[in-house]
Write a protein that binds this ligand. Structure first.
Ligand SMILES: O=P(O)(O)OC[C@H]1O[C@H](OP(=O)(O)OP(=O)(O)O)[C@H](O)[C@@H]1O
Ligand SMILES: O=c1cc[nH]c(=O)[nH]1
Length: 176
């Protein structure tokens, strides 16, 4: 097992991603943040919290999207898919959406998210922010606009993003 980001590096990386978002979205007037269930929301919670500190008095619309019923393998196999909470109480019609997830690998989760998101309106643009981009693993033409760390990993390896509130510590590891 190899550490990709320790807790300090993870904090610095999230701060940097927030500043990159600020550079492009300034006061977030037409921008909404959407975290992907289940594991992207730990990152999106932190990003939303940090941006709210950096922009006091500004309410940035923030929701959580569940893609369970939009997965391209939803109807195949015998696996039982258990949905997570869908929590988007605003329209994304005409908004600039920033989708947030922890890991980008094949790109299938993001494809499903793009599909699921359209139930909430037609955005003017969609960007993707991920903590870890597993390069050379894509099965679809999808890439991130904001990236914490790009890594090369072989197919048998798995990136695990651990969060203090869920897993007891903040760390990103590569598991063989
Ligand atoms: O780009 P992809 O290949 O879709 O992988 C990325 C997704 O994988 C992880 O979720 P999870 O382990 O729940 O997803 P999986 O079961 O699809 O691997 C992670 O939280 C991302 O959402
Ligand atoms: O390495 C990987 C690939 C997909 N999803 C993860 O969380 N990790």
């Amino acid at each position: 097992m190899k550490t990709i980001l320790n807790d300090k590096q993870l904090g610095i990386t999230i701060d940097r991603l927030c500043h990159q978002l600020l550079e492009n979205h300034l006061r977030f007037e037409d921008t909404v943040l959407i975290g992907l269930q289940p594991r992207g929301i730990y990152l999106s919670d932190r990003i939303h919290r940090k941006l709210s500190q950096l922009l006091p008095g500004i309410q940035i619309p923030y929701g959580k999207l569940d893609i369970t019923f939009y997965r391209d393998d939803f109807k195949s196999g015998n696996e039982l898919h258990v949905p997570n909470e869908m929590d988007i109480n605003f329209s994304i019609e005409g908004k600039k959406v920033v989708l947030i997830d922890d890991v980008l690998y094949t790109g299938r989760t993001i494809r499903s998210a793009l599909d699921a998101m359209l139930d909430f309106g037609r955005p003017s643009s969609v960007e993707l922010l991920v903590l870890i981009d597993r390069r050379f693993s894509r099965q679809l033409p999808i890439q991130s606009d904001y990236t914490g760390r790009t890594i090369d990993a072989i197919i048998t390896q798995r990136v695990k993003v651990l969060w203090k509130e869920k897993d007891g510590k903040d760390e990103v590891v590569l598991v063989d």
